[in-house]
Design a protein around this ligand. Structure first.
Ligand SMILES: Cc1cc2nc3c(=O)[nH]c(=O)nc-3n(C[C@H](O)[C@H](O)[C@H](O)COP(=O)(O)O)c2cc1C
Length: 331
């Protein structure tokens, strides 16, 4: 499967609506779900946790857990549901992760991660991959990383998404842990150079497609997180700039018109307007009318009885069309 350009799993952000939008913007990127608790998949409402739109393919489900049996059962259900890959979260540094044993704290327990990977590989025929950090407090030398990865390779994992900073589990919030530990891309590059047989996807701090391309000269893939969410229109050029496709780049309006059709259907099915408007907030990032666009979406979508017209008005405002006058007129 092609992992040249991936959009990161982000809790509360990469829900199925954001992923639908991402797929309108790029046909080639690999999309990741938010992290899902395997117990919720196995014991809870499967539809709620696993549903996605068929257009999202290729799409990977990320699981966060440490019980090999539960992870394997959830992975198997996800395969039946049609997912293209299962990714194990070994990078999230939250308090909840520490107390419930998922995420970055598992970097201290390579045997547990290996047992989960083995159990999942046994249970499914789709790829099982791991997303991790360079290390955790006190265990972040290159040798340590090579040992950690090596253990998972023996468990059968071949593909590693590496957030190029270590995680500090000594009190930094997850947000601080995404900016304070320094980015060390050279470590990820070295891992790939020393182990060309592994598939290595580099993640962390990438803001432009030019940066992404530069890393692709060394590693197999790149993964964008925050920038893909706060500036989604960046993704409109991925197929051309990363994959060399020659199709014309779609305009903001073209993408949004297509998303509005989808949103209209979702609203009829009972999805709230704010949920649908949220992944659009950054769509005009860096453009003169970005602020009014955001304001109209966030305030308008909360108005009682608000419907799809709020999104259409926002588009006209952002594009400087007829809606601008309507927007400025007193109610
Ligand atoms: C709001 C938010 C939620 C996140 N949730 C997850 C998650 O569920 N699983 C995961 O592996 N990483 C999660 N991450 C980390 C991202 O996947 C990514 O590794 C990190 O943001 C660094 O990449 P970036 O600098 O491109 O954003 C989250 C990040 C953000 C900003």
């Amino acid at each position: 499967m092609e992992r040249t350009f991936c959009i990161a799993p982000m809790l509360d952000w990469t829900d199925r609506h954001q992923r639908f939008l991402a797929r309108l913007l790029t046909r080639r990127a690999l999309l990741y779900t938010e992290m899902v608790n395997p117990a919720a998949v196995v014991l809870g409402d499967r539809r709620e946790h696993l549903d996605y739109n068929p257009c999202e393919h290729p799409v990977a489900l990320q699981l966060g857990g440490s019980d090999p049996d539960l992870m394997a059962r959830a992975a198997s259900m996800a395969e039946d549901w049609g997912y293209d890959e299962i990714n194990m979260n070994v990078g999230c540094p939250s308090e909840r992760g520490l107390s419930n044993r998922f995420g970055a704290c598992l970097m201290a327990e390579p045997e547990v991660v290996a047992a989960c990977v083995e159990a999942m590989i046994e249970a499914v025929s789709i790829p099982v991959t791991v997303k991790c950090r360079l290390g955790i407090d006190g265990q972040d030398s290159h040798e340590w990383l090579v040992g950690f990865v090596g253990r998972l390779v023996r468990a059968g994992c071949r593909t590693f998404v590496i957030h190029a900073r270590h995680a500090r589990l000594d009190g930094l919030s997850p947000r601080q842990n995404r900016s304070i530990p320094p980015l060390r891309y050279a470590e990820v590059h070295r891992l790939k150079r020393d182990h060309p047989e592994l598939e290595i996807v580099l993640n962390g701090g990438l803001r432009t497609l030019e940066e992404a391309r530069a890393h692709l000269a060394v590693v197999d893939g790149v993964m964008l997180g925050r920038e893909a969410y706060v500036n989604p229109y960046l993704l409109a050029r991925v197929d051309q700039k990363i994959f060399g496709e020659e199709r014309p780049v779609l305009s903001r309006r073209e993408i949004l018109e297509a998303f509005f059709q989808y949103a209209e259907l979702q609203i009829r099915r009972g999805v709230g307007l704010p949920v649908l408007a949220r992944p659009l907030l950054g769509f005009y990032q860096g453009r003169p009318r970005s602020r009014v666009w955001r304001r109209h979406l966030s305030e308008g979508s909360l108005r009682p009885g608000a419907g799809i017209e709020v999104l259409r008005e926002a588009l006209e405002i952002a594009e400087g069309g007829p809606g601008t006058a309507r927007h400025r007129a007193p109610d």
